[in-house]
Design a protein around this ligand. Structure first.
Ligand code: APR
Length: 248
């Protein structure tokens, strides 16, 4: 794969980089993307039907079991070369911010730090009563009761129709307003406000690289595109940037 030399010189000029990842970056870790068909028991449901406050209110046990199923898949998954390359890039490029829509924690397991979890983290649970425990231990039950107030626990993720945690939104907005290069990796750009971050970066003069298997609504904005699986594209970009790097 040949990498655009303008992109390489931009990356070599110590730019401020903001990366936004979506479920496509975890696809090669065996975690289904959101818009892939769900498998097995869950194939008759779509995430949009389950990842909502209304679904949880109507059937907390069903929603809790769906998340337990996803947690099982994630617990068995390993970070893939895309996650490791991003962790190494963050270590080498000072002005590097990683935002993720993913809730699987694989970036952190690959060594990325200060990851901005725009949609929360599935491995954490919180009390479903606003203002109660933001991070609660899980006891028995589907869902377990909150140890503080006995209300049902829920996954500490952002559901459709819910707002982005204030800290994550602020950090993501600042990092998108203030970067030289915005990189979107493995996201369909279907869900706002995350999908608006690339446009925000472009409006502030940033260049935009999209890494995806296919075209997305953001492709029209891209200055550079790497079309293919992230687990191959990112290590190849890294090799082109720093040929000496050993990428397993
Ligand atoms: N490498 C790169 N891109 C990939 C790969 C891969 N191996 N596999 C899939 N993709 C791309 C798809 O082409 C698609 O554009 O990743 C994207 C996955 O899109 P979605 O399934 O919509 O996932 P995502 O963009 O993360 O969804 C955003 O929507 O459902 C909500 O909260 C949920 O965070 C999620 C948000």
């Amino acid at each position: 794969m040949s990498i655009d030399c303008e992109l390489l010189s931009l990356l070599r000029a110590n730019p401020r980089i903001t990366v936004l990842t979506g479920s496509g970056v975890s696809a090669e870790s065996g975690i289904p993307t959101f818009r892939d068909a769900q498998t097995g028991l869950w194939e008759k449901f779509s995430p949009e039907e389950l990842a909502t406050p209304a679904a949880f209110l109507a059937n907390p046990s069903l929603v809790w079991r769906w998340y337990a199923w996803r947690r099982e898949i994630i617990a068995k998954a390993q970070p893939n070369p895309a996650h490791f390359t991003l962790a190494r890039m963050q270590a080498r490029i000072p002005g590097f911010t990683l935002l993720t829509q993913n809730v699987d924690g694989l970036h952190q397991r690959a060594g990325s730090v200060d990851v901005v979890e725009y949609h929360g983290n599935i491995m954490r649970s919180r009390c479903s009563r606003p203002g109660c425990l933001p991070d609660a231990p899980c006891g028995e039950g589907e869902p377990p009761p909150c140890p503080a107030c006995q209300a049902p626990l829920r996954p500490a993720v952002v559901w459709f129709g819910e707002s982005i945690p204030a800290y994550a939104h602020l950090k993501a907005t600042e990092a998108s307003e203030d970067c030289d290069l915005f990189i979107a990796i493995g996201t369909s750009a279907m869900v706002y406000p995350a999908a608006g971050l690339a446009e925000l970066a472009k409006s502030r003069g940033a260049r935009f690289l999209e890494v995806n298997l296919d075209k997305t609504p953001l492709s029209r904005l891209a200055d550079f595109r790497l079309q293919g699986p992230a687990a191959r594209m990112l290590p190849e970009l890294e090799q082109a940037l720093w040929p000496s790097v050993e990428t397993p």
